[in-house]
Design a protein around this ligand. Structure first.
Ligand code: SAM
Length: 277
């Protein structure tokens, strides 16, 4: 009568949540109204990734699950001529659209100053950098495979489900969005369980570490590097132990598994060897 999961609640999956209810202003207040040290570290990591590309050399790039965070879009703006910010939640889409139409909130200027100090190829004005961005209201997993030459994902796969299989599916969808040889950069909360934003809103999280990120991407990437940074005590306590940062190139050998195909065991990855960091 009872299997191994008897008595355990079913993990919350992405479609169980109403992403239109995402608390945009609380999330911004907790995370992005000032430049926290952890985001400065993410910006340094991602900026070094973007500086490998000549300005304007990427025709079309993706921000997978953009949320209301403008700094990944800033970072992409020197390399990429068109940045598609794909996001499911209506409140986040409305915020992004307003930021592009009416100009960014003043608090983003400190982020842009750091991005530009690290990459002088960025235009002097943040509004010019953001003029390359198109907002797309959609499930990011539905973007056509192989569409982009570069994709970025920040705090999404591990922050939108409690199900480790679905985390892997999100990572593989993200990887599949770029063409073979396409470039990937991402960040993840480390070991973060389901979390709260503001006073009362609860969201599904899936604790992952460097090894889990390595396992998710190793089958479909080359030149994969996975590093980490310590928890930032200036942020609310989300139960995390820090952040995991990855970059890689979608393999030319074989295509990554599409959504829904990530459940088969990856026996050749039983002993992942993440790079140190
Ligand atoms: C923790 S937030 C991260 C937001 C942003 N990337 C950042 O760096 O702060 C997770 C985001 O994923 C979005 N999201 C959840 N499920 C999604 C899906 N299936 N497709 C696209 N976006 C999704 C949520 O609405 C939310 O904006």
């Amino acid at each position: 009568m009872s299997g191994p999961s008897a008595g355990r609640p079913r993990p919350t999956r992405n479609q169980d949540m109403d992403w239109d209810e995402w608390p945009v202003q609380d999330y911004l207040a907790e995370n992005y109204r000032v430049l926290h040290p952890c985001d400065a570290a993410v910006i340094r990591h991602h900026s070094s990734f973007y500086r490998q590309f000549a300005p304007g050399s990427i025709q079309r790039s993706l921000e997978f699950g953009a949320g209301p965070n403008l700094y990944p879009l800033m970072l992409a703006a020197a390399a990429s001529r068109r940045i598609e910010a794909v996001e499911l939640g209506a409140g986040n889409v409305a915020y992004l659209t307003r930021q592009l139409r009416e100009g960014p909130d003043e608090s983003w200027q400190a982020f842009y100053a750091l991005c530009r100090r690290l990459d002088p190829a960025l235009p002097p004005a943040l509004t010019d950098a953001l003029s390359r961005v198109q907002v797309v209201h959609s499930d990011a997993r539905s973007v056509a495979r192989g569409t982009y030459s570069l994709a970025s994902m920040n705090f999404v796969a591990e922050s939108v489900t409690e199900d480790l299989d679905e985390f892997t599916e999100f990572c593989q969808s993200f990887a599949a969005s770029v063409c073979p040889g396409g470039h990937l950069v991402a960040s993840f909360m480390e070991n973060m369980p389901s979390y709260r934003i503001g006073k009362a809103s609860h969201w599904p999280g899936c604790p992952v570490d460097r090894a889990a990120v390595y396992r998710a991407f190793a089958p479909c990437t080359e030149r994969l590097t996975v590093t980490r940074i310590d928890a930032d005590t200036t942020l609310p306590d989300y139960g995390d132990t820090g952040m995991v940062l990855m970059r890689g190139v979608r393999t030319r050998r074989s295509s990554p598994a599409g959504p829904g195909t990530a459940r088969s065991p990856m026996r050749h990855l039983e002993s992942p060897t993440p790079s140190s960091g």
